[in-house]
Design a binder for this molecule. Structure first.
Ligand SMILES: Nc1ncnc2c1ncn2[C@@H]1O[C@H](COP(=O)(O)OP(=O)(O)OP(=O)(O)O)[C@@H](O)[C@H]1O
Length: 277
């Protein structure tokens, strides 16, 4: 198994403790004056693996995007690592994995190019990659089991493999705080296993991981805490709820990891993640 280096502190914490990785205070978001999040407050301690769960349209992605300043708040505030979003400059600590590979369109970018693009914000203009930066790209590709596809066009890959490319792109900059929006949705079993292993290793190394999930699925053993949204409000904050209700309904159209029961247990990594927070 390859090593995986993150910017997370390798040892302990300062005695007064770090600021939470994310603090959301009484946040509201409205699209076209329709309120989709209202009165949402939560803190994500550094080092926690947290899942944001809830039915379709409950505001999960919007909350994640609001945490990153990608959608404006109509009320409330967000802090990242103790700094108000407006003043936050340490974006090298943040790795964002959006729902789908949107960059690139018809451009035949290779897997390695897309992963390397994760380092662009950190690199000086016209500055060649250092050996350490190239090593970080290799490490990220190995972490998601795509080292052998590095020269292939991303468009030749399956949806699950493309999702792994997005995760490798975030890993390549060695952040310590990850935001992943539905990384398991519509993903093949091999990719589920690669994703579960990656999240396990990130958690074990002290990274903060915020996941938007339709349900915990194979990631359940890795999740220290779940925040369930319903109608734009926090309906539950604590241990992950059992999969049931909405997900058990016939006609439920998300593709989930548990849709492949033969592989579901194989997706569980051998090592556990210490529960924090
Ligand atoms: N850019 C946008 N403009 C207008 N409305 C939006 C926009 N993005 C999301 N919405 C609406 O906001 C509500 C919350 O959407 P959001 O994507 O945050 O929910 P979600 O819980 O992540 O849903 P899903 O599980 O389907 O991805 C939905 O009613 C959605 O239609």
């Amino acid at each position: 198994m390859s090593t995986l280096t993150t910017g997370a502190p390798a040892h302990g914490r300062a005695s007064d403790g770090p600021a939470p990785a994310v603090r959301v205070v009484d946040a509201a978001v409205a699209y076209d004056r329709a309120t989709v999040l209202d009165g949402v407050s939560l803190e994500v301690p550094a080092g926690q693996t947290l899942a944001i769960l809830g039915p379709n349209g409950s505001g999960k992605s919007t909350l994640m995007r609001a945490m990153l300043g990608l959608v404006p708040l109509s009320a409330g505030r967000v802090e990242l690592h103790g700094a108000p979003l407006r003043g936050f400059r340490d974006w090298g600590r943040i790795g964002y994995v959006p729902q789908r590979l949107s960059a690139g369109g018809g451009v035949p970018a290779t897997v390695r190019e897309v992963v390397t693009s994760g380092q662009v914000a950190r690199r000086r203009r016209l500055h060649r990659a250092t050996p350490d930066e190239r090593a970080a790209v290799d490490e990220a590709l190995e972490a998601v089991d795509l080292a052998d596809r590095a020269r292939d066009s991303v468009h030749e890959l399956s949806g699950g493999q493309q999702q792994r490319v997005l995760i490798a792109r975030a890993l390549a900059a060695r952040p310590d705080t990850f935001f992943m929006d539905e990384p398991m949705a519509g993903v093949d079993a091999a990719s589920q296993r690669a994703l579960a292993r990656t999240v396990t290793r990130l958690g074990a190394q002290g990274a903060t991981v915020v996941l938007v999930l339709h349900e915990p699925g194979p990631l359940e053993p890795l999740i220290g805490r779940s925040v369930v949204l319903s109608g734009g409000h926090v309906a539950h904050d604590g241990a992950p709820p059992r999969p049931e209700g909405e997900c058990a309904r016939p006609g439920h159209d998300h593709v989930h990891p548990h849709a492949d029961p033969e592989h579901a247990s194989a997706a569980l990594p051998d090592i556990g993640v210490p529960r924090r927070g």
